[in-house]
Design a binder for this molecule. Structure first.
Ligand SMILES: CC(C)(COP(=O)(O)OP(=O)(O)OC[C@H]1O[C@@H](n2cnc3c(N)ncnc32)[C@H](O)[C@@H]1OP(=O)(O)O)[C@@H](O)C(=O)NCCC(=O)NCCS
Length: 169
């Protein structure tokens, strides 16, 4: 029997902090997102959520928590890299136990839809070879590969970085 899950994105609130911390604090997730020690301090997540709530007001970023059947399963965020209010970058993560169930793809589609309704002209993202699943998610959500930068320096060596973007139809 196919299990159908309800995936929703909701504005990230402080009340989501403990669940988000617990999701990040997993070896497989920590490997792909930088800037967190293990164990991940709750105060760091609370600070980030408070910054995110301020950024919602200015339009600098829009942070969402991903809910699956009412339970917190990850986050997805649109961030403005160059203060143009037209081009945003998208990123996020999903709890390890939920991987490969189509949740990131659904959450990405929803945040793209939100962004275009806000008048954003282009949403973009990138990934390197350590994370091919991430590129697959971007393609499944309708983003198109448009360039590859070769030999980009990363803490673990030189990698090719693949760039994707999507614009409203
Ligand atoms: C990347 C991530 C968000 C994907 O979340 P998810 O909910 O598992 O994504 P989905 O289930 O929607 O899709 C994953 C797709 O990648 C594919 N995939 C997974 N691992 C893969 C790999 N090593 N090589 C190729 N494809 C892979 C899956 O098969 C699936 O495609 P399919 O539906 O065609 O089978 C999740 O793994 C994650 O949070 N990783 C840690 C943080 C991170 O990498 N964030 C992105 C930074 S750019």
């Amino acid at each position: 029997m196919v299990k159908i899950m309800k995936v929703e994105i909701r504005k990230t609130e402080l009340a989501h902090a403990v669940a988000i911390r617990d999701i990040i604090d997993h070896e497989a997730v920590l490997r792909e997102i930088s800037g967190y020690p293990h164990p991940v301090p709750l105060e760091q997540i609370q600070k980030e959520i408070n910054n995110g709530l301020r950024n919602w007001k200015t339009g600098e970023s829009y942070g969402f928590t991903v809910f699956v059947d009412g339970k917190i399963a990850g986050t997805v965020v649109l961030e403005e890299p160059n203060k143009t209010k037209t081009i945003y970058e998208v990123g996020g993560f999903i709890g390890h136990k939920y991987w490969n169930s189509g949740i990131a793809t659904e959450a990405l589609k929803q945040i793209i839809d939100f962004g275009f309704k806000k008048g954003i002209h282009q949403i973009q993202a990138d990934h390197d070879k350590t994370n091919p699943g991430s590129g697959k998610v971007m393609e499944k959500a309708g983003m198109k590969h448009y360039k590859t930068k070769k030999d980009v320096k990363r803490p673990f060596g030189l990698v090719n970085v693949h760039f994707y973007k999507v614009r409203p139809k």
